[in-house]
Design a protein around this ligand. Sequence first.
Ligand code: NAD
Ligand code: IPM
Ligand code: MN
Length: 347
Amino acid sequence: MKTYSIALIPGDGIGKDVTEAAWQVLQAAAKRSGLGLEGTRFPWSCAYYRETGAMMPPDGVETLRKFDAIYLGAVGWPAEVPDSVSLHGLLLPIRKAFAQYADIRPHRLLPGVQGPLRSEGFDILCIRENTEGEYSGAGGRIHSGTANEVAVETAIFTRAGVERIIRFGFEQARARRKKLASVTKSNAQKYSMVFWDEVTREVAREYPDVEVSHYHIDAMAARMVMAPESLDVIVASNLFGDILTDLGAAVQGGLGFAPSANINPDRSAPSMFEPVHGSAPDIAHLGIANPIAAIWSGAMMFEHLGEAQAARDVMRAIEATTARGIGTIAGKDKTETITRAVLAALN
Ligand code: NAD
Ligand code: IPM
Ligand code: MN
C-alpha cells in the first residue's frame, strides 16, 4: 500500500478543531483510494511557546523536511503571544525555508453557498508570492520615544523571486481560461512594483496564448467585488495576495470556505496545506468553526501528492454537503455536524 507521511501542525484556536475534523475526512478518502496516510502530530503553537520559549524546536524545520507534506491548522494567539513572535517563529519560516514560493488560493462558490454578493459565476485562482516582498522581515526601528522615532519595513523583490512566481502564474493560466491579471501598485511605488510590471511583460512574451492585464491593487479589490466573473488567474505579491485572498474568501461566502496550498513547485522540499483563515479566537472553543476550508486544503494536498482520485472524492463530498445546505451559513452548524456530513457523503 502506498503510504504518505504527513506532518500535522494543528496550531492554535480553531486550527486545532478544523485540523482534527479534516484529518478524519482525509483518512477516510485515503482508505477509499487504497492509500495510507500516516500523521505525525507536532504541538507547535503559542501554548508550546509559553512552555518552551520557542514556537518550535531549533531543529523544527529539519524535522519537517522528511515528510511528504505538512498539514497546518492556524497559528496565533495574540492575547498571550504577540503575532510578530508567533508567526515569525513558525508559519513564515516554514514557507521560506522550504521555498514554498507559490501560494495557491482558489475562490469559487461551492454549491448551495450564498456569497454576500453573488450566487454563482466566478472561478478565480489567486497565486500569491509567498517567500519575499513585503514579508522579507528586513527593516528596523529606533526606539527613541521621541517625535522623531522612525520604523522601516523594507520590501525585497528579487528577479529570481518575481520571475518564478509570474511564470508559475502563466503556467496556471495556460491550464485554465488563459487570462492572467498581475496586481501591483506601480503608480505609487516606484521601484519594486515597476520592476514587477517589467518582469511580467518579459515573461508574457513566452506565453503569447495568455491574455495579460495589469491592475493596481485598489482597482483589483473593487473588481473582485463588482466583476469577479471577469477574472481567471491573479498573480500578486505576498502582502497584496494576502489581502486579496481574504477578500476572495468573503466573496465566496466567508473565511470558512477558502483553502490554500503553499507549494514548492520544484519539489525540493515538502509543501504545506492550510486554510486561508487564522485561529479565530472569537469562536475558538465554541465548536462552530467551519472545517470546509481545511478539508478543501486537504484535497489540494492529495492533488499535489498525485492522488487525483482522492482529491476528487474529497471535493465531491464537500460539494454534496454544501448542496444540502450543511455548513453554508456561518455558525448554524457545528464543526462536528459538517464533518459527519462530509464523511457520510464520502462513503
Ligand atoms: P481569522 O481568520 O482568525 O478570523 C477572522 C474572522 O473570520 C473571525 O471573525 C473568525 O471567527 C472568522 N473565521 C475564521 N475562520 C473561520 C472558520 N473556519 N469558520 C467560521 N468563521 C471563521 O483572522 P484574525 O482574527 O485576524 O486572526 C486571528 C489569529 O490568527 C491571529 O493571531 C492571526 O495572526 C492568526 N492568523 C493565522 C493564520 C495562519 O496560521 N495561516 C492566518 C490568518 C491569521
Ligand atoms: C495567511 C495569514 C498569514 C500571512 C499571517 C498569519 C502571517 O494571514 O496565511 O494568509 O499573512 O501570510
Ligand atoms: Mn491572510
